[in-house]
Design a protein around this ligand. Structure first.
Ligand code: UTP
Length: 306
């Protein structure tokens, strides 16, 4: 189908998307002091750490191998996805086998590998660190602090686009015009492709955090990507940009120019739990959607005076 995408570059051969990279090596400075001695990705939202939601999205999207990029002080991420025989035995002995099974499932749901980013040199650099573990195949990237709940995982939506076209795809959503300076913004041309209809745009421009007056659109990059292996070579050519960091957006610009790149207006709602207000909003929204806690929490909120 790639001859009809309208892109002129040479796409990589289409392969199944089996792997996902989760960059989780940042310092989480917007969340201090909570993140002084614990990873931001392990902060609990309702009843589980943020990164577990993201790994569950990978599993629901058919990903077979999750690669988590960690750094100093991130060991609790590895512990969370490892077996804990003492805890499981304790729960079994107390007759709480449901809980024992739930704890075991966290480690069994998917194969997880780790690699370390020795210094937090930027999101693009964190993805590049996973190059050898990914190898010569397409892969997903999910930010460990962006939560997208729902039955129709955003990553799976992007995988469908990639596997149908052989062109990388990044999830985008509309944000208020006055907030463009907080996001990576894309401009694209509608490129209706069969089943994807008007959700698919051929990317023309990517700009990191433009002022509202200079933003080419109000479509922001959401934190979910499916990329061909050619992105690694683009990252290798990317010089440090804003904040002295190697920016993934800069490498995506090269990829868009050389091979083409889709923006996909995905179905769903994202919660950026990477700062304090976003985290509070994510907590309230996910608590309201929670099977056990949703109803009592809603009654609590209704009865509360503001
Ligand atoms: P963020 O910019 O949200 O994370 O990056 P941060 O740098 O930890 O946060 P602040 O700005 O200091 O508060 C998005 C994701 O990319 C990872 C982060 O761990 C986060 O999950 N990341 C970021 C890396 O893995 N390495 C980096 O060098 C930067």
């Amino acid at each position: 189908m790639s001859q009809s995408t309208g892109f002129t570059g040479n796409p990589s051969p289409i392969k199944k998307v089996r792997k996902a990279v989760l960059p989780a090596a940042g310092l989480g400075t917007r969340f201090l002091p909570a993140t002084k001695a614990q990873p931001k990705e392990m902060l609990n939202v309702v009843d589980k750490p943020q990164i577990q939601y993201v790994v569950e999205e990978c599993v629901a999207s058919g990903i077979e191998h999750v690669i988590i990029v960690t750094g100093k002080g991130k060991n609790s991420i590895e512990d969370h996805f490892d077996y804990n025989p003492t805890l499981e035995r304790f729960l079994e002995e107390k007759g709480r086998s449901d809980q024992a099974e739930m704890v075991r499932h966290i480690s069994d749901m998917v194969q997880v590998s780790y690699t370390r980013q020795k210094e937090p040199l930027g999101l693009g650099h964190a993805v590049l660190v996973a190059k050898d573990l990914v190898g010569d195949e397409p892969f997903a990237v999910l930010l460990g602090d962006v939560l997208i709940p729902g039955e129709n995982p955003a990553t799976e939506q992007l995988i469908r686009v990639y596997e149908a076209t052989g062109i990388g795809a990044i999830a985008v959503e509309e944000v208020p015009r006055e907030k463009t300076h907080l996001y990576g913004i894309v401009a694209g041309d509608p490129a209706p492709q069969g089943q994807f209809g008007e959700r698919l745009l051929r990317i023309r421009e990517l700009v990191e955090k433009p002022k509202p007056a200079e933003a080419p659109s109000n479509l922001s990059i959401t934190g979910r990507y499916v990329l061909p292996p050619a992105i690694f070579e683009c990252l290798e050519r990317t010089k440090p940009g804003a904040g002295g960091e190697i920016q993934l957006t800069d490498a995506l610009k090269l990829l868009a120019k050389e091979q083409g790149l889709w923006a996909y207006i995905y179905e769903g709602i994202s919660y950026d739990a990477g700062d304090k207000l976003g985290f509070l909003i994510a907590t309230v929204e996910l608590a309201l959607q929670n099977k056990e806690l949703g109803e009592p929490f809603r009654s609590y909120l209704k009865g509360r005076k503001f």
